[in-house]
Design a protein around this ligand. Sequence first.
Ligand SMILES: [Zn+2]
Ligand SMILES: [Zn+2]
Length: 154
Amino acid sequence: MANYYTGFICNNGHVRSSYGECSETFCPECGSEVLHQCPSCNTLIRGIKNDDFSSFYKYKRPNYCFKCSKPLPWTEKILENSVELLSLDTQLDSETKALIKNALPDLLVETPTTNVAIAKYQTYMSGASKIVKDGMRNLLVDVLSETVKKSLFG
Ligand SMILES: [Zn+2]
Ligand SMILES: [Zn+2]
C-alpha cells in the first residue's frame, strides 16, 4: 500500500508543498500560517503518494480531514464566508437561506446528494440579490468540482 508525503497548505488553501518538505511557517502569498496537520486531530495532511511522483502535477488539496472528517481550514473559510455573504442578502427569508447553507457542503465535494444540492442552489439562489449571487459565484467558482461548476455557472 502506498504511503503519502505530507502536504503543507496555508490556512487560506495555498498549497506550499505536496511532497513533504517545506520550510515556510507562513504563506508568502497571503501571510497566513502554513499547516501540515489537521487542526482538530493533528493527523498529517496528505500530499502526493510517495510511489507516484507524477501525481505531483495533479495534486489537489484535500477539503476534509481523512481521519476526523472535519473541514480543513480553507474549506471551513469558504463555507463560513458563503454563509456570511448569504446573510447579507435582503431578499431571501431565513428559511431559504438555511436551505442554501445546508446545500453548500454537497456542492464542494461530489456526493450522492450533489445533484439535489445543485437543484436547491439554483432554485433558491435565483431569488437572491445580484450582489450576493455574484459574490457567492466568485467565492465558490475556484473550489467547486468541474461538474458542479458547469451545472451552476455554465
Ligand atoms: Zn496563503
Ligand atoms: Zn482531523
